[in-house]
Design a protein around this ligand. Structure first.
Ligand SMILES: Cc1cc2nc3c(=O)[nH]c(=O)nc-3n(C[C@H](O)[C@H](O)[C@H](O)COP(=O)(O)OP(=O)(O)OC[C@H]3O[C@@H](n4cnc5c(N)ncnc54)[C@H](O)[C@@H]3O)c2cc1C
Length: 126
C-alpha cells in the first residue's frame, strides 16, 4: 500500500501473542524479502520503520457485542476485521445503547456474539 509522501507499506504478519507490541527482526526480514521478490526495485531499499499493531480477538472466532450491565456495552474482539465490520457493529449495538428495537431484524446481535457466552470465564467476570 502506498501512503502519502511516497512511503510504501509492506505487511503484515500475524502472531497470537497477547498484549505484546515487540518487534521481531526475523519477521521484518521475511516481509522485506517477500516484498523484494514481488517488486525487485525494493531489493536495495532500507526499511524506514517497523511497527506492530494489535488485532484484539476472542477465544472463539466471534467478536463480543452486547450489554455487560445496564450502563456498560461492549463491541470488541473483531480480530482482523474491526475496520471492515465497524459500520455493521455500530448498527447492531446502537439500538441496544439507546434502548430501542433494531429497525431491521437482520441487525439483531447473533447469540454467538453476546458477551454472556463467556459468563463463566474469569477474564470477563473479574
Ligand atoms: C497490521 C494490521 C492490519 C489490519 N488491517 C485490517 C484491515 O485491512 N481491515 C480490517 O477490518 N481490520 C484490520 N485490522 C484489524 C483492526 O485494526 C482491528 O480489528 C481493530 O482495530 C479492532 O478495533 P477495537 O476497537 O476492537 O480494538 P483496538 O482499536 O485495537 O483497541 C483496543 C484497545 O485495547 C488495548 N488492548 C488490546 N489488548 C489488550 C490487553 N490484552 N490488555 C489491555 N489492553 C489491551 C489496546 O492497546 C487498544 O487501546 C488490522 C490490524 C492490524 C494490526
Amino acid at each position: 500500500m502506498r501512503r502519502a509522501g511516497g512511503r510504501l507499506l509492506i505487511g503484515a504478519s500475524v502472531e497470537h501473542a497477547g498484549f505484546d507490541l515487540s518487534l521481531s527482526d526475523e519477521v521484518g526480514a521475511d516481509l522485506a524479502t517477500g516484498a523484494a521478490a514481488l517488486l525487485p526495485a525494493l531489493k536495495d531499499r532500507e526499511p524506514v520503520e517497523h511497527w506492530a499493531g494489535l488485532r484484539p480477538g476472542t477465544p472463539d472466532p466471534w467478536p463480543i457485542v452486547g450489554r455487560l450491565s445496564e450502563r456498560l456495552h461492549v463491541a470488541a474482539g473483531h480480530f482482523r476485521n474491526g475496520i471492515l465490520l465497524a459500520p455493521l457493529t455500530a448498527r447492531m449495538i446502537a439500538p441496544l445503547v439507546l434502548d430501542q428495537q433494531p429497525v431491521d431484524h437482520r441487525l439483531a446481535i447473533p447469540e454467538a456474539m453476546l458477551p454472556g457466552r463467556f459468563a463463566g470465564s474469569r477474564r470477563l467476570s473479574s
